[in-house]
Design a protein around this ligand. Sequence first.
Ligand SMILES: [Zn+2]
Length: 784
Amino acid sequence: MYKRLQLTLFTVFFILFSIQTDRIVRRTTALAQSKVVPAPEDILGFHPGDDRKLASWAKVVEYFQKLAAASDRVKFEEIGKSTMGAPFVYATISTPENLRRLSEYKEIQRQLADPRLLGSPKNPALADRRARDLIARGKTIVAITCGIHSTEVGSYLSSMLIAYRLASSNEPEIQDVLRNTIVLLVPSTNPDGVDIVNNWYQKTLGSPYEGTDPPELYHKYTGHDDNRDWYAFTQVETQLVVDKILNIWHPQIVHDIHQQGAFGSRLFLPPYMQPVEPNVPSQIVEGYTELGNYMAKEMRAAGFKGITTDSTYDAWSPSRAYSHYHGGVRILSETASCRLATPIIVKLDQLRPGEGYDPRKEGTNFGPVWPGGEWHIRDITNHMTTAAFFLLKHAAQNREHWLRRFYQIEKEAVRPRKPGDLFAIIIPEATHRADVLSIVYRAGVQVDNPLPFTADGVRYPDDTAVIRMNQPYASFAKTVLESQHYPDLRDASGRPIPPYDVTAHTLSLLMGIEPVFVRKPFQYQVPKPRGFAGCTGGGPVERTIGLYKSHVPAIDEGWTNWILQQGHPFYLRLHYSEIEDRQIRSGSIAKYDAIVIPDQPRNTILNGHRPGTMPPEYTGGLGEQGVKALREFVEEGGTLICLNRASDFAIEQFQLPLRDIVDGLPRTDFYVPGSILRVDLDTTNPIAAGMPKESIAWVENSPVFEIKSDPLALARVKIVAWYPKDTDPLLSGWLLGGDRIKGKAALVEVGLGRGRIILFGFRPQYRGQSLATYPLFFNGITQR
Ligand SMILES: [Zn+2]
């Protein structure tokens, strides 16, 4: 008995001791581990958010590598290279247990994202039952994307702070986030820009130019437009995020961290202001409203001031919101900027109203008022990291709710269509059909290539492409294939409220496709999938092109550079180089066959940066000397091509016999904030060779030409494209005062000496999307 008792006591003691030892071992391990998890300052040599401190991309990558090596909560990988060859990376952060089972969670996401895999819609009860089980087991997937706009430096710095806290903290709240979510953290979706901005900042630090933006685009080809590419996928960075993160993980939440100007709200959070693009599911609107309002409420409670919601930023376009068409909400945050990492002082009376709120007055969607004061990069990183952790808290605490909503969206997407609904979009043969189809494929849309079939009484041959609407991401296809009808939104005084970006995103028009929208049921047989042939080209042309590059970065220059770099199937051997003000001013441009001036305001082209605002080598534009050199270039037989606003520069500086009839008109009289208009073409002019008689034009801040009526002028000017005389020119987007431009010229060729100047009153190579009008541009630069 005693022995037994002794033994029992010993056993109890042993067990207790073992538990104790185990606890100690675990604590020591945790401690040792937390000791080796490096903080950002261990690698960078400063704390992210310190005044006047930025990091190079190599240091950011090094930090994440060391963090992942030390922490079993972080997985870090390179998924490709950026435009300029930098590593493109992201981190997956969750509990070690979750990280071991990533493939299982991907599979849960894949099935919830496509309820057809669960039996829906044939057996809805079974599908719902299976979905319930997946929802119970799944995690909220949260993608956090930083640094797409590289001068908005706070977010890539914050990415390291967010990762460090998730990797090192044992707070119950963080444990809850790790258990219930899988965080996909992209430290920068534009790694090249991190270095472009950091190098410029280091170069100018301590000089009078400290805190200025670099005199070049922070993404080689797209600059700020890198965040307008989420439905055309032209750039390698967009492709990497879509192919290797978003399409694999189908995140329920995409948190896109940005900065705005210094003199508005301190922070914007969703909901977005009107209008919402009609194909965005109501559950998405509900989701971003709920989460954005929650974050704003919690931040206000935590003492943050100057927060606005439902203002400035709209949800009109897939160009910034891929996830809105893929079952996830986009939570944009926009924190007020300082000057890169240099602090500023903002006074209350310097604050300026934004669209839908006034930062000096408390209102239903703004407040409490921020009284002004110093504004440091630390304020920015504090706003960003605090907002991100509230977002993660919501994602963790409402895990099932997020997954259920995600499933509901996709269940609705795959339901059988009823009479009156849109059943399918048929895409007949066209030159750029393969270009459009490759875009919708990339967005996860299934395209069928059936045997001959009949729909709406029309018999289609077997080379027809069909997109059925009862599939998960059909709304994406519908959005980019149909015309947009932007609402006529006015403020209290009747003035048009400008859209946040542009009003049209109709790839079918931009790429010359004529889709057929079928609203009745029909059947077809699908043989095994085949590819669709791409466009084929003619012979090579040897031409040397100069592309004007201002020190005031012009996004259209970047896009033109990209388009020339891609080449065109019709014109394979184009030699081109960028030419700056100095080279043109010195007159050494005779070797070029053609010079292109991309879209940029006329004064910027002429005057560039004002003296004193930038280091002297970057100030001044083409100036008088440059204008003289360009005139001589044309008079001696050269071709000068001016795109969009650059046309006004040419009209003024070369006294061309033309007038821009919409120049200086108030928005109430004429307004076209990024829309697709109809134009007629003179196809006998070589510039319009190979084009149809009716085409499109991307119009945004665009001149409209009228020829002066003297006979000399009429002899010098050839009109290549004009807005139709009797038809509404609007095809997609928003146009006010369209009557004014009916019958007026949109593209002209003006003789000067032995050469010519071609004026585009639109953007024929708009954001790498308007393939339908590329031939006008390429003909312009290649035909003599
Ligand atoms: Zn931004």
